[in-house]
Ligand binder design. Structure first.
Ligand SMILES: Nc1nc2c(ncn2[C@@H]2O[C@H](COP(=O)(O)OP(=O)(O)OP(=O)(O)O)[C@@H](O)[C@H]2O)c(=O)[nH]1
Ligand SMILES: [Mg+2]
Length: 599
């Protein structure tokens, strides 16, 4: 075996918000990637609009820095469980991982998920305990918890021998011991060079490159990104595309890129270990291998966990359809969804047929909500239905996805939270009271039972609770789970909402929309406090015979509407309800609009 001593490839993995993208900032700055006076945004790798708005990473991205004549390829991954597919596919690019753990929160569910994937892939870990500046940091304990986690995950002796570093990513400081006086990130770079194995390859082996990411460029078309595992690839070279169905196609490399900081730069050739992008391959897909046309050897395909949740996307047939969006036809929606399935390994799309729309399957509500949000920003208009879990049948038994849920909340709310989880079929597996006034509990719960839980949990714990969950396994169908216990308030005719009507109807429940909004028959305008649906005339005008003139006084009695976020709307809707998504708004509606056809 030969080695590339001038190269290291590593991924940064962690639970949500433990500081991955912030640490990459520090590595970019301190490796001299930016000019001193260059204006660079914080968390620069979070380059997608939605990532900046929500402060989370959605897509894994790679960058490269130079340190002491060594190129270090760094892959920043998302920490949220719904984007776990991103982590699984990018682990194919690297030989080592930086496992980041928050010095106060310690390992959390997604830490476990990503570490399990990394250990299974045989990658070499480096532990970085981050946020040591936090006043509630408990570094020693957290370190013990991480050892326990490694043991629990059956780490090998070698993997258990991981180096430990301590960091304040925000200040760009990394230390070998808690009390050394390092003021830079250098100890981290040194440890990476020492610990992460350099890429290995066989001299003279024919080309093999695994495609793990697709990108698109208006000029050069589809771009395949991945790691050269064996052999060399050069501009103009004829290569073989090993397709997923086992067939081959000969193609030519018309553009080749490498990475330097945040830029993609044109290169002439690449060698084993390099992370590169290849353009000029029209139909290339993730998981395919680019190989030598004489000896086309496909690499093992990328395996990711199956989707657990699906939603039906369909053409908007509401009375206000086509007013706010540009792309409204089934054909456009299909194209867009298929493109998503192509580039996103954790999304599946299936056509229902007969205009019934498309079943879009993913890892969770957030992942699907992000897709909906992206499409609406691209001027799409469509309907989505209630999320449903994907069940399986084994030996005649129906199985459903079961998640591991971790809840952390003040002691006083433990009763309320466990009571809420009962009917949702949550089973408590573990409970620790750190003695700090907060309690941490672990449950096993069907994915179904989690729909709508987050909102209720935050209300119950007055916003102080923290919860995390991720898919664990398929288990026997747990039985009925009640969804929403309330009915909907539904507009019984088209028109504009009046303050007069809202004032008289508001004792019935909570409204989602304000006076002046346009409504149509069958549109959901609020939540009934009772179990059944209620059709209401929300457009009623004050009778002219009523002599008292409308005054500002009338407005004072209106309770402000409860504006649902997209995620809340997804949690709220029942089976016979849909969300109408447009670039300007989302409206809730009954699937059957006419009141007399609904009963
Ligand atoms: N106090 C403190 N805060 C930090 C530190 N590192 C990061 N943060 C903060 O933690 C928050 C999350 O940081 P990110 O870098 O976005 O975390 P992430 O792991 O990339 O998050 P996801 O990609 O969404 O999983 C931000 O508000 C950071 O400013 C640190 O060392 N100390
Ligand atoms: Mg991030």
């Amino acid at each position: 075996m030969e080695i590339r001593s001038d190269l290291r490839n590593l991924a940064i993995i962690a639970h949500v918000d433990h500081g991955k993208t912030t640490l990459v900032d520090a590595m970019l700055w301190q490796s001299g990637t930016f000019r001193d006076n260059q204006e660079v945004q914080e968390r620069v790798m979070d380059s997608i609009d939605l990532e900046r708005e929500r402060g989370i990473t959605i897509m894994a991205k790679n960058t490269a820095v130079r340190y002491q004549d060594v190129t270090i390829n760094i892959v920043d991954t998302p920490g949220h469980a719904d984007f776990g597919g991103e982590v699984e596919r990018t682990l194919k690019l690297v030989d080592g991982v930086l496992l980041l753990v928050d010095a106060s929160e310690g390992p959390l569910p997604q830490t476990r998920f990503v570490l399990r994937k990394a250990l299974d892939a045989g990658l070499t870990p480096i532990l970085v305990i981050n946020k040591i500046d936090r006043s509630d940091a408990r570094v020693e304990e957290v370190l013990d918890e991480v050892y326990d986690l490694f043991i629990d995950l059956d780490a090998t002796e070698e993997q258990l021998d991981f180096p430990v570093l301590y960091a304040n990513a925000r200040e760009g400081i990394c230390k070998v011991t808690l009390d050394d006086d390092s003021t830079t990130i250098e100890p981290l770079f040194d440890e990476i060079l020492r610990t992460v194995p350099p890429p290995q390859y066989e001299a003279g082996h024919p080309l093999q490159m695994l495609v793990t990411t697709l990108d698109y460029d208006d000029y050069v078309g589809r771009i395949a990104i991945g790691r050269v595992v064996q052999g060399e690839i050069a501009l103009g070279q004829r290569i073989a595309r090993c397709k997923l169905d086992g067939t081959f196609e000969n193609v030519k490399v018309t553009k080749l890129y490498g990475y330097q900081g945040l830029e993609r730069i044109e290169i002439e050739s690449a060698r084993p270990g390099d992370i590169i992008a290849v353009a000029g391959l029209d139909e290339i897909a993730i998981g395919e291998t680019l190989a030598d046309p004489e000896t086309p050897l496909a690499l093992p395909p990328i395996r990711v966990d199956e989707p657990t949740l699906s939603m039906v996307f369909s053409v908007n047939d509401s009375p206000m359809a086509g007013r706010e969006g540009k792309h409204v036809t089934s054909r456009r929606i299909r194209e867009r969804l298929l493109r998503e399935a192509l580039t996103n390994v954790a999304i599946r799309v299936e056509e229902v047929g007969d205009g019934g729309g498309f079943v879009v399957a993913g890892r969770g509500e957030l992942q699907l909500a992000i897709l909906i949000e992206m499409m609406r920003r691209e001027d799409f208009e469509f309907l989505v239905g209630k999320p449903e879990v994907l069940t399986r049948k084994e030996n005649g038994q129906v199985l459903e996805p079961i998640e591991r849920l971790t809840v952390d909340c003040p002691e006083e709310f433990v009763g309320a939270v466990t009571q809420n989880l009962g009917p949702r079929r949550g089973r408590m597996m573990h409970m620790v009271n750190h003695g700090s006034g907060r309690v941490r509990m672990r449950f096993e719960i069907p994915s179904r039972g989690l729909i709508g839980f987050r909102t209720e949990f935050l209300t119950e714990t007055k916003g102080t609770g923290i919860m995390n969950h991720f898919f664990e396994t398929y288990g026997p169908w747990a039985g009925d789970i009640p969804h929403r216990l309330t009915g909907a308030l539904i507009a019984d005719r088209a028109g504009r909402v009046t303050a007069f009507a809202v004032e008289h109807l508001q004792p019935r429940g909570t409204f989602f929309i304000a006076p002046g909004s346009e409504v149509y028959e069958g549109m959901i305008v609020g939540e009934n406090s009772r179990m059944e649906d209620l059709d209401v005339n929300i457009t009623k005008e004050k009778k002219l015979t009523n002599m008292r003139a409308a005054s500002a006084d009338d407005m004072v009695h209106l309770v402000p509407p409860r504006r649902l976020s997209l995620e809340q709307a997804i949690e709220f809707i029942a089976e016979d309800e849909q969300i109408e998504v447009t670039p300007k708004a989302f409206r809730l509606r009954k699937r059957v609009l006419k009141a007399n056809q609904r009963k």
